[in-house]
Write a protein that binds this ligand. Sequence first.
Ligand SMILES: N[C@@H](CCC(=O)N[C@@H](CS)C(=O)NCC(=O)O)C(=O)O
Length: 202
Amino acid sequence: MKLLGVDASPYVRKVRIVLEEKQIPYEYVQARPSVPDSPVPQFNPLAKIPVLVTDAGKGIYDSPVIVEYLDMLVSEPPLIPIEAEARVEVKRWEALGDGIADAIVAISHERRKPQDKQDTPEWYQKQRLKIDRGLTAMEQALSGNEFCHGGRFSLADIAAGYALGYLDRVLRDIQWRPSHPNLARLAGRLGERESFRKTVPV
Ligand SMILES: N[C@@H](CCC(=O)N[C@@H](CS)C(=O)NCC(=O)O)C(=O)O
């Protein structure tokens, strides 16, 4: 199978971490969605990355769907529980991680525009609140536990870890560690995992 994407995309990193955790061989095809002749729209009509292309040539998107597919395809290690309550908890962590990443992407795109074309301070504050509230929810849910859900490594940890890594990389002015000590410790532990180390954007 092939994964279309670029290192800079947080959602691509999430999928790569899952592929590494499950030790699934794949070809990583560097592909930007919006350049002329990009292969991405051919496999995802929404022209977004990541896209997983199966050996049969089918494009699978978006990242939660890809992760779900990979978790069913290769059972070990299991990343999403089967039981309904546990499953929804882990998927909720994923939604939190994705939502925080969405807000960071929005802010970083906005900051690249000329100052007079940028959105209002109120818009920025709205995005900041999504990040701040998302981090608070994660901090409280993690509490003093080693893992985000169920006493073992799961997609919940991947979601928290990739979102925090992206925050560190893109919005360096947000000093989240002192106010979120549980998350700070989690980020430190996750950063030592091979799947996280191998997928740090260059
Ligand atoms: N919810 C999607 C988000 C994917 C996404 O927005 N990817 C960005 C790159 S970080 C993209 O392809 N943007 C191009 C566009 O929106 O046209 C997922 O989790 O896969």
